[in-house]
Design a protein around this ligand. Structure first.
Ligand code: WAQ
Ligand code: MG
Length: 259
């Protein structure tokens, strides 16, 4: 079967490369029958985003063969208890530590996202990479970061997952997209854990994900109205960064198994 790897990125004030501010992005892996709908949904997302009016939208479509697609299992999902951002950030640090991230590095990570990890305290377009045992940033570009792409759900698997999650109110695109991304990220043997919360001012839930703990949602990781957020991938020492980035950005993968 032929699949299409679709990537969208949108900015305001010109293209990203020309200093435009990142508005939104998205990636899908779809078959021919779903392609035009997927593209139009991504363009629609760019135009409606609460971060601002996009005046630059880039959509890239690459055709790939199904045998090139790596199979990944969805992480199990649970929700941690936290009533405000302070509690949530403490919980995040604790969960990162349980996953194998050094305590001082976990604290560094939370502060990094809280202050805006891109130059000038801005939001990165992708993720930062930080050593799990040493608070050092390893991504080559601190504004762009690493953008995970080539990840999506196999249709049947998503339908089953949605049916299982409906009662919990989790059968929403934002949740299943984040779960797919995190499942691909922590499936990499060099990744110890991921920390994420949205830069969307109205979306305050984030997560810590790891192979050990699964996908742990944290209801409050920032205050409503806060426009900062981002992602950090905590990695083992001695990781081949170029190889890891290639697998995350280029290697197509889909979620075709449930835990
Ligand atoms: N690859 C790497 N980093 C990314 C990607 C990507 N494909 N997409 C976004 N980011 C980074 C970037 O820095 C964004 O600013 C940041 O993550 C947040 O992106 O209820 O909505 O799309 O279980 O705003 C998680 C909780 C929601 C969902 C995450 O992130 C739930 C979210 P957003
Ligand atoms: Mg966002």
């Amino acid at each position: 079967m032929t699949l299409f790897n679709v990537r969208m990125r949108a900015a305001q004030g010109g293209a990203h490369e020309e200093g435009g501010i990142h508005i939104s992005g998205g990636e899908r892996l779809v078959d021919r029958a779903e392609l035009t709908d997927a593209v139009s949904a991504l363009v629609d997302r760019a135009l409606r985003h609460e971060a601002g009016d996009a005046d630059f939208i880039n959509v890239t479509i690459d055709r790939i063969e199904q045998h090139q697609v790596v199979s990944i299992e969805a992480l199990p999902i649970r929700t941690e208890y936290a009533t405000d951002a302070e509690e949530g950030r403490l919980a995040a640090r604790r969960l990162l530590e349980s996953s194998g991230v050094d305590a001082s590095v976990a604290a560094f990570g939370v502060t990094l996202l809280a202050n805006g990890a891109a130059p000038g305290g801005r939001v990165m377009r992708g993720a930062a990479i930080v050593g799990a045992l040493e608070a050092m940033r390893l991504e080559p570009d601190r504004a762009r970061g690493v953008r995970v792409a080539g990840i999506d759900w196999e249709r049947q698997t998503l339908d089953t997952w949605r049916a299982l999650m409906t009662a919990d109110g989790l059968a929403r695109p934002r949740v299943w997209e984040a779960l797919a991304l995190a499942s691909k990220v922590v499936a990499q043997p060099d990744v110890v854990a991921e920390l994420c919360w949205s830069d969307d001012p109205s979306y305050v839930t984030g997560y810590v994900a790891s192979q050990l703990l699964g996908y742990v949602r944290i209801p409050h990781l920032k205050q409503r109205g806060d426009a900062l957020g981002g992602r950090i991938f905590f990695v083992r020492q001695g990781v081949d960064i170029a190889d890891l980035i290639h697998r995350l950005e280029v290697q197509p993968a889909w979620i075709d198994r449930l835990p």
